[in-house]
Design a protein around this ligand. Sequence first.
Ligand SMILES: Nc1nc2c(c(=O)[nH]1)N[C@H]1C(S)=C(S)[C@@H](COP(=O)(O)O)O[C@H]1N2
Ligand SMILES: [Mo]
Length: 480
Amino acid sequence: MIPVLLIGFIASVALSAVGLLARLANLAPFPAEKLYNWATYQLGVPAMFQLVHKIFGFGEGGKIFAFVGVLFAWVGGLTLLGLAPPLIGGLVVAVVSLLFVNPIWALVYGLLYIGLRFALSPVQTDPNRRGVLNTLSLASLGLFGAGVAGALRPLFTGPVGKTNVTTAAANSSKTPLLEGLTSQDDFYYVSINNEALDPRIAENNWKLEVDGLVKTPQKFALADLKTFKPVDLELTMCCISNPVGGDLIGNAIWTGLKFKDLMDKVGVQPGAKWVTWEAEDGFYESIALRDALEQDVMLAYSMNGEALNFKHGFPLRVIVPGRFGMKQPRWLTKITFTSDEKPGYWANRGWSKTAFIAPLSRIDYPTRGLVFKPGEVVKARGIAAAGNKQITKVEVSTNGGDSWLEATLQPKRSKWAWTQWTLDWKAEAGTADLGEIKSGRQFIVRCYADGVVQGSEERDSLPEAASGLHRLTVSVPNKA
Ligand SMILES: Nc1nc2c(c(=O)[nH]1)N[C@H]1C(S)=C(S)[C@@H](COP(=O)(O)O)O[C@H]1N2
Ligand SMILES: [Mo]
């Protein structure tokens, strides 16, 4: 028994290693990857995606939907027809569902699975099969429970995060957002905590403490902070770990007070050179006082006219224009003025200390793999951002970089906001041989920041943010 297992284990490790080496040396494709591509195709994922895309217009989300939907349909179908052990089916569904951070999906798929089970399974009388069916029911029930719990959670979180905002730019949640803004619900989320463990601060129990090299250390309730003159700032926030073309980036109008106004109130002493921010979850960051003043740092309590929700930092977060998200603590509890620097949570773990946003650009449409007819007009669009530099031009290539077309830039409302770009391209059959997709067209985008072209060198996000150009391939089949 043991030797067989051991041999199997050694064999699979060796096979994987050989496969990986061959792949790294560009000798042969990694078998697992090949298998994945083949299976994806055979199971009908691309067809399902095209359908989802046509009906709902989803891009990346549609792919996940198609992949998981198809997987579940197969797993569920095979299981219920008695062609695969229900335990395996149930486990696959459970694991894939839980991989979705949003438990609502677990509910949706749980229901689907239960529905399929009843629709497809004939009345079982064979006692041997009853055991497996029970396992299946238990798995479905577990999923269903997780989904219900997730769906009900907002009911128990209370109204604490929903205070009103007073500024003119405030949008009620019913008013559609201005073009180019990301809603609080859609805004990306990154945290050192598990989301369930993020702080949920009650307004009554919270005060912002300001001390260190100041004349009068003070504590401010949220209501006190709202007596300062409110300012609105439209600003794009991005995580330093955002991959090229990734979606850990969003743009919102932040409302709060100027950090400078708070400084004037507490009276900063001459020896103060650094500001340290501390947050409820133990996160901390710092910035040179000079930079904090130059760069219009603010303390925000609202986002697109709504109070910050728990996820995005209720009651107060720091906004540091031009820097990555890691410089902008949420759930702020304490500000200390010091003579020395206290490097931040992520800086202490090898990430950039200054975290300036480097020029980046992204293609939002078309998404990878879309199919166009020759002559069809493709309305390409995307975003570009460069922190404290200005986007002066965006160029798009539809032929893998052989030539570049200039995109149209949308007017911006704020120098700290991303620039949206558009480009109409009349689809032509591809000429480049891009492996699998013979008539593929490779789209690439690049931006210019203060007149300088974005670097194309490819680099991972640690420690200074990812670099490289966003590229993706669509297909334009030749007329038959
Ligand atoms: N207190 C606290 N603030 C934090 C973090 C955190 O984990 N804890 N993460 C930072 C990082 S790395 C990013 S990218 C942004 C993300 O903010 P968002 O989730 O509201 O988009 O918050 C920053 N502020
Ligand atoms: Mo981040």
